[in-house]
Design a binder for this molecule. Structure first.
Ligand code: DC
Length: 213
């Protein structure tokens, strides 16, 4: 079984997807981490994330796996390297090449093929798992998302900087040629701006309730 959640950065998908996965005993798969891994590997080589040909080479030359929920590149756990501001911003350039998306989509599907999963990202309900049994689209205002981001990572950036980055990422994510962030017609829409984590979880579980009562 596949439960897929899409939505913009900071709408609460990761937090909720993890909790739902735990509650159901399913595997949690964060698809954004795969793009982050390619971005990190590319930046480590000192290369430009806007140069599509070299990004494609990086994406084709590394093997991404998941070990106990942590992302590994060629067997090395890089999970704690994937959430700095450099990776944050540049992952949206890396993920804008359809050829890179194809590599990641194949990889994610292969990893998920024999598991019950709760997955989240930008195109999990539309491209990666269009036949998912349950689909959700989460949303939240950009100011609420910036506030959440500051709470999670208070070090360094001002509210205005975080807000600007979020709006820039939204713009990049919505304007991709392939895999752009959009709401699937059959996804349940939840605005998480003024809901607690527990309230969002309850809404998700109530949609799935008939099968998991
Ligand atoms: O969800 P996140 O912020 O960790 O995602 C990192 C980047 O990857 C972000 O720029 C959006 C992109 N992404 C994507 O294009 N498709 C997905 N399914 C997941 C993430």
């Amino acid at each position: 079984m596949t439960v897929a959640i899409d939505g913009p950065a900071g709408c609460g998908k990761s937090t909720i997807a993890k909790l739902i996965a735990k509650r159901l005993g399913f595997y949690f798969l964060n698809t954004g981490s795969f793009y982050r891994a390619v971005t990190y590997a590319h930046l480590q080589k000192g290369l430009d994330p806007r140069d599509r040909e070299s990004v494609l080479k990086t994406a084709s030359s590394i093997t991404i796996t998941v070990d106990h929920g942590n992302i590994c590149i060629d067997g090395v756990d890089v999970e704690d390297k994937l959430h700095g501001p450099d990776v944050d911003l540049n992952a949206s350039y890396v993920s804008s090449d359809p050829r890179v998306r194809e590599i990641i989509t194949d990889r994610v599907r292969t990893i998920a093929s024999d598991m019950d999963i709760v997955t989240e990202g930008r195109d999990t309900t539309t491209v990666i798992f269009p036949d998912a049994e349950y689909k959700f689209y989460f949303d939240a205002s950009s100011t609420v998302r910036a506030e959440r981001r500051i709470k999670q990572h208070p070090e360094g950036q001002t509210f205005e900087e975080v807000l600007r980055l979020i709006e820039q990422r939204d713009e990049n994510d919505r304007n991709k040629e392939v895999g752009a962030l959009k709401r699937a017609k059959d996804a349940v829409y939840i605005d998480t701006s003024y809901l607690t984590i527990e309230q969002v979880c309850e809404k998700v579980v109530s949609v799935m309730g008939k099968d998991f009562a």
